[in-house]
Design a binder for this molecule. Structure first.
Ligand code: HEM
Length: 494
């Protein structure tokens, strides 16, 4: 306590949740199921809105400051680059891949990654998204009918197929095969990691080995690593042999006649070719993109479709926009369409505001900082950036902050007072590199689905969507994403 006296002193100045307990702090509030955890963290975010934008929570001996004040958050996201130790469990899959890497490693990797996400390259991927959307269309055709079904497995297979094709240049065919080992292993691993983050008894390595999840964890990691290593080995051979393509020979994946540059190609050349990234570094970066890009986009797509089912008048307005752009034509979606659909943009923005797929980001304070509000954050503490709190704060979004209202993003109505009051992709030098990629992928698939199908959900009685939420690393709906679909008469042909 003596060594940490400064931390205790500064912590005592911050308001805290009423149910904080001695010694364990708020640990008991975060040990329930993933819905309870989300409910409590959301409650803390609302408490922070009432108390100068911050509330504190001890998680045993570690101090966390949960913040919603956008002015403070801007400084935090600019100065505290290090990620919290809780992310160490995900490093088992992605090693020192950019997203959770320590700062010195992250800096070099971010520099190499950024040009690969230039708008020109990312916009070129619209062809992949468009092709993959045709498969989701077929899948949905067979799901159409009077029965509601869960969108999650169908949409997540689309996201994985698109991410793998653009990241590695391989078709993992998750949409055609729901038992795809890559898909199931990724999903199982994320579940186990989530359990480890929130269940203290699964955290020490020696104890974790005694639980049944350990074997599954190891099996899935090997599957993902072996798969990626094989893709990298083939790519190296391909480059060595100066071949552009290899014959379709493998049933699990194929390099096909892939001519488009994938992130793997780009990272090999941007890092310096043969003298650049090692195979291990490539694996880490490629798996990072896969992990960072799959569930996040799936969550965004599923929430948007569920909301459109709940608010048919908003769906109809969006359908009219799509009809104006495509008319009776059955041509594929191109980048110009995505740019021209302004209502679609507002619908996606509003979904990401109310249901940000990454609702919290945690940063570590390495050196004490003082924030614009006067709050002093002691070194060694963690800052929980409540993106969902900033997005729902009536101080910045008005008394109707909880309403689903895409038109709040109309240029004449939208007055973003501060960059950090809207940041689904975070902010500052460590923000999401994939945000343009994600938006293009999300909009392409939504356009394809809505052009062809009417989404029918449980109509919502008021403007506040009533969806039970959980924190499963990402924000997810407890009950899944159940809708019915009806084929539109003007549906596009194959
Ligand atoms: C709706 C979809 C997505 C959302 C909401 C989202 C959100 C985020 C957020 C909040 C962060 C954390 C930033 C921080 O710590 O401050 C992040 C980081 C990152 N995201 Fe995304 N993301 C999405 C899609 C994607 C996609 C599709 C990719 C790549 C294909 C991607 C790649 C990354 C990477 C590499 C990082 C780490 C950046 C760094 O540390 O330098 N994301 N994302």
């Amino acid at each position: 306590r003596f060594r940490r006296r400064r931390m205790y002193k500064l912590a005592s100045k911050v308001s805290h949740p009423k149910d904080e307990l001695p010694f364990i702090g708020i640990a008991h509030k975060l040990s329930g199921n993933t819905e309870d955890i989300m409910t409590n963290l959301t409650k803390f975010s609302y408490e922070a809105m009432e108390t100068n934008g911050v509330t504190r929570g001890w998680l045993n001996h570690i101090l966390y400051l949960l913040m919603v004040n956008p002015m403070d958050l801007e400084v935090v996201l600019k100065t505290c680059m290090e990620k919290d130790d809780l992310h160490r469990f995900i490093r088992k899959i992605i090693g020192y891949g950019g997203i959770f890497a320590p700062v010195p490693i992250w800096r070099r990797r971010r520099k190499i990654l950024l040009p690969a996400f230039s708008p020109k390259i990312v916009e070129g991927f619209v062809e992949v998204f468009s092709e993959q959307s045709q498969i989701i269309k077929k899948k949905l055709e067979s799901a159409c009918g009077p029965e509601a079904f869960n969108l999650w497995p169908i949409v997540s297979a689309y996201s994985l197929d698109s991410v793998c094709e653009t990241a590695m240049g391989v078709k993992v065919k998750a949409q055609m095969n729901s038992n795809s080992p890559f898909l199931t292993c990724l999903a199982n691993l994320l579940n186990i990691i989530c359990e480890r983050i929130f269940h203290l008894w699964l955290q020490p390595e020696w104890l974790f080995r005694l639980f049944p999840q350990y074997n599954e964890h190891q099996r899935c990691i090997h599957t993902l690593h072996d798969f990626t290593d094989e893709v990298i080995r083939r790519k190296r051979d391909e480059i060595k042999n100066e071949k552009q393509s290899q014959p379709e020979s493998d049933s699990q994946f194929d390099l096909g006649n892939y001519k488009r540059k994938s992130f793997l190609d780009l990272l090999i050349s941007l890092s310096g070719g043969e003298n650049g990234y090692t195979d291990l570094e490539l694996r880490e970066e490629i798996l990072t993109l896969t992990v960072a890009g799959t569930d996040t986009s799936t969550v965004a797509m599923c929430f948007t479709l569920v909301l459109l089912g709940k608010y048919p008048e908003i769906q109809e307005k969006l359908y009219q926009e799509i009809k104006e752009v495509f008319g009776e034509s059955n041509r594929p979606v191109v980048i110009g369409d995505i740019r021209s659909m302004k209502y679609l943009d507002r619908v996606v923005k509003e979904t990401l505001r109310l249901f940000p797929p990454v609702p919290f980001v945690i940063r570590k304070v390495e050196t004490e900082i003082t924030l614009p509000s006067g709050l002093m954050c002691p070194s060694g503490s963690g800052i929980v950036v409540s993106i969902i709190g900033a997005h729902r704060d009536p101080k910045y979004w008005g008394p109707d902050a909880e309403h689903f209202d895409p038109d709040r993003f109309l240029p004449e109505r939208f007055n973003l007072q501060h960059a950090c009051s809207y940041m689904p992709f975070s902010n500052g030098p460590r923000n999401c590199v994939g945000y343009q990629y994600a938006l293009i992928s999300i909009k392409t698939v939504l356009t394809t689905i809505l052009r062809n199908f009417k989404v029918i959900g449980e109509p919502e009685k008021g403007p506040i969507p009533n969806i039970r939420l959980k924190l499963d690393i990402m924000l997810k709906a407890v009950e899944g994403y159940h809708v019915k679909m009806e084929k539109r008469k003007t549906s596009t042909m194959d």
